[in-house]
Ligand binder design. Structure first.
Ligand SMILES: Nc1ncnc2c1ncn2[C@@H]1O[C@H](COP(=O)(O)OP(=O)(O)OP(=O)(O)O)[C@@H](O)[C@H]1O
Ligand SMILES: [Mg+2]
Length: 463
C-alpha cells in the first residue's frame, strides 16, 4: 500500500471541497505525519504523539464535508462522532469511550477485509465444491431402511434425547460421475441460474435489551456473539448461493485472533477520530443547570485524547497515538471556552473561511457530484436534458450570497434550499413535458426567485 503524500491528499479533497486550502493542507500534513513516524526507530516513535487539529469556522462552510471525504480517502481506521451524543460517565447515554470502541470495530472491519482478500481464491474453490455436492446430492441411505428400522431410530432418539441421527449420504459411482460433469458445467458458468438450497446463519435479531444496556454503558455485542446463531434454509440461484458460501468459507479460513490483534495495533497506531460539533459541549451555550454537564463530557474526553487505555471486545486499546481532529462552528462560544486542558490538546488551529459568491459558483458546478450535477442526473431519469447557462449559475450564487447576508448565514446549505425552490416546477412537470431539453436562464432564475428575495419575511420561510 503506497502512502498518499500530503499533496495527493489535498488533490483528492479538492475534488469535493471548494477553497478551505489551509484546512485541507493541515489535515493532509497530519495524516502524512503518521506515516513519517512509522518509519522511525521504535524508541523515537513512542515519544512522537500526533498533533491534534481543531477546525473552527462558520456553519455550512465544509468542516463536516472535509471529514466525510477524508474517511473515503484514508485507508486508516477512521470514525466520525458528534460530541453532542455523549454524556458524562454514569448518565444515560453514550459514554465517551464508545468512540474508541467504534474505532476498534472499524479497524477490525478493515483488517478482516484484507485477510478475506488473501483467502478469496481458496474460499471460491471450496464454495464451488459445496455447490457441486448440493446440485448432485448423494443417495440417502436412510431412505433404504424399512419402516420398522425408522421407528426404532425414532424411539431411540426420543429416549436418548439426542434427536434423529443425521441422514447418511452415500456417494455411488453414478453420483461421482454426475458430479464431475456438473463441476465442469459450473466452471463454465452454465449453472448460474440453477436453484440450490443452502443453510445460512441467521443474524441474531437485535434484542431490545441491547439498546437499553448500551445506553447504560454496557456492551451487549460481546454477549450476542456468544449466542448460537440460528441456521435457516434458503433456496437461491447458484450465483447468489456462491456469494454466501464464499463468505462462510472466508470466515472459516481466516484466523480471528490474529485479525483482532492486528486491528488493535492498526487502530492504536494510525487510527483517526473526528469529533464534530465540539463547540456544542462548551459551557457557554448551557442555559439550564439541570442538563447533563457539558464540561463533564469535556473532562471525560480529556483522558482519551491525552492517552489512556480503553478496553474493547478485541482487547485493550491505548489511545496515545490516535489522531484527533475536532471541528465546531463556535458561533456562540470560542475555542477558549473549552476547558483549558482540552484546548491544550489541540495545538493546531485552523480557521475555515466564510464562503463568497465566487465560492458558491464553484460549489454549484465543480465538485464531483455537485448540486447541479445531481439535479441534471435526476432529470436525465425523465429523459430530460437540464442545462444551466453560466449567467444563471452566477445569479443563483449571487442570490444565495445575498440571502445569507440578509438573514442567517448558513453557508453552502443555502444553495440547496434555493435550488429546490428554483427547480420546483421543473421537477414537478419534468416527466410530462416531453421536452428534450430545459434550459435554466438568468431570466428564469430572476422570475422564480426575485419576488421572494425582495420580501424579507418570505425569504425567512421559503429559502
Ligand atoms: N467548501 C465547500 N465546498 C463544497 N461544498 C461545500 C463546502 N462547504 C459546504 N459545502 C456543502 O454544504 C453542506 C454543508 O457543509 P458542512 O456539513 O461541511 O458544514 P459544516 O461546516 O460542518 O457546518 P456546521 O458547523 O453547521 O456543522 C455540505 O453538504 C457540503 O456539500
Ligand atoms: Mg458540521
Amino acid at each position: 500500500m503506497k502512502e498518499k503524500t500530503p499533496r495527493q491528499i489535498v488533490e483528492l479533497l479538492d475534488k469535493y471541497i471548494v477553497g478551505q486550502d489551509e484546512a485541507k493542507k493541515l489535515v493532509a500534513i497530519a495524516l502524512y505525519n503518521r506515516y513519517r513516524r512509522s518509519q522511525l526507530p521504535e524508541d523515537l516513535q513512542k515519544d512522537i504523539t500526533p498533533k491534534n487539529i481543531l477546525m473552527a469556522g462558520p456553519t455550512g462552510v465544509g468542516k463536516t464535508e472535509i471529514a466525510r471525504r477524508l474517511a473515503d480517502i484514508v485507508e486508516a481506521p477512521f470514525v466520525k462522532v458528534e460530541a453532542t451524543k455523549f454524556t458524562e460517565v454514569g448518565y444515560v447515554g453514550r459514554d465517551v469511550e464508545s468512540m474508541v470502541r467504534d474505532l476498534a470495530n472499524e479497524a477490525v472491519r478493515i483488517v478482516e477485509k484484507e485477510e478475506f482478500a488473501k483467502v478469496e481464491g481458496q474460499a471460491l474453490r471450496e464454495a464451488n465444491k459445496t455447490l457441486v455436492r448440493l446440485l448432485v446430492p448423494g443417495v440417502k441411505t436412510n431412505n433404504r431402511q424399512n419402516q420398522m428400522q425408522q421407528m426404532q431410530a425414532m424411539m431411540d432418539s426420543l429416549l436418548s434425547g439426542k434427536g434423529m441421527p443425521e441422514e447418511q449420504e452415500e456417494v455411488t459411482d453414478e453420483v461421482r460421475n454426475k458430479r464431475l460433469s456438473v463441476a465442469e458445467k459450473l466452471e463454465r458458468g452454465l449453472l448460474e441460474n440453477e436453484e440450490v438450497t443452502i443453510e445460512v446463519e441467521q443474524a441474531n435479531k437485535v434484542n431490545p435489551m441491547g439498546d437499553m444496556m448500551g445506553q447504560m454503558g454496557m456492551d451487549m455485542s460481546a454477549l450476542s456473539d456468544l449466542m448460537p446463531k440460528k441456521k435457516v434454509k434458503r433456496t437461491l440461484p447458484v450465483s447468489q448461493a456462491r456469494k454466501l458460501l464464499i463468505q462462510e468459507e472466508e470466515h472459516k479460513l481466516v484466523d480471528y485472533d490474529a485479525i483482532y490483534q492486528k486491528a488493535i495495533e492498526r487502530a492504536s497506531q494510525s487510527g483517526i477520530i473526528f469529533i464534530d460539533e465540539i463547540d456544542k459541549i462548551t459551557a457557554a451555550g448551557q442555559r439550564n443547570s439541570g442538563e447533563v454537564s457539558r464540561e463533564g463530557v469535556q473532562r471525560d474526553i480529556l483522558p482519551i485524547i491525552e492517552g489512556s487505555t480503553v478496553s474493547t471486545k478485541y482487547g485493550p486499546l491505548p489511545t496515545d497515538h490516535i489522531l484527533f481532529i475536532a471541528a465546531g462552528a463556535f458561533a456562540e462560544s470560542k475555542p477558549s471556552d473549552l476547558i483549558p486542558e482540552l484546548q491544550g490538546r489541540f495545538p493546531i488551529r485552523v480557521e475555515l473561511n466564510a464562503l463568497k459568491k465566487e465560492d458558491f459558483v464553484k460549489i454549484l458546478k465543480d465538485p464531483q457530484n455537485s448540486l447541479l450535477k445531481q439535479y441534471i442526473a435526476l432529470l436525465k431519469a425523465d429523459g430530460v436534458d437540464l442545462v444551466f447557462t453560466a449567467e444563471a449559475v452566477d445569479k443563483i450564487a449571487e442570490i444565495a450570497y445575498d440571502v445569507n447576508q440578509g438573514t442567517d448565514n448558513i453557508g453552502a446549505r443555502r444553495l440547496a434550499t434555493i435550488l429546490e425552490k428554483l427547480l420546483e416546477e421543473v421537477l414537478y412537470e419534468g416527466p410530462d413535458m416531453e421536452m428534450g431539453q430545459i434550459t435554466i436562464t438568468q431570466a428564469y432564475v430572476e422570475q422564480k426567485l426575485s419576488d421572494i428575495v425582495k420580501n424579507k419575511d418570505l425569504t425567512k420561510f421559503i429559502l
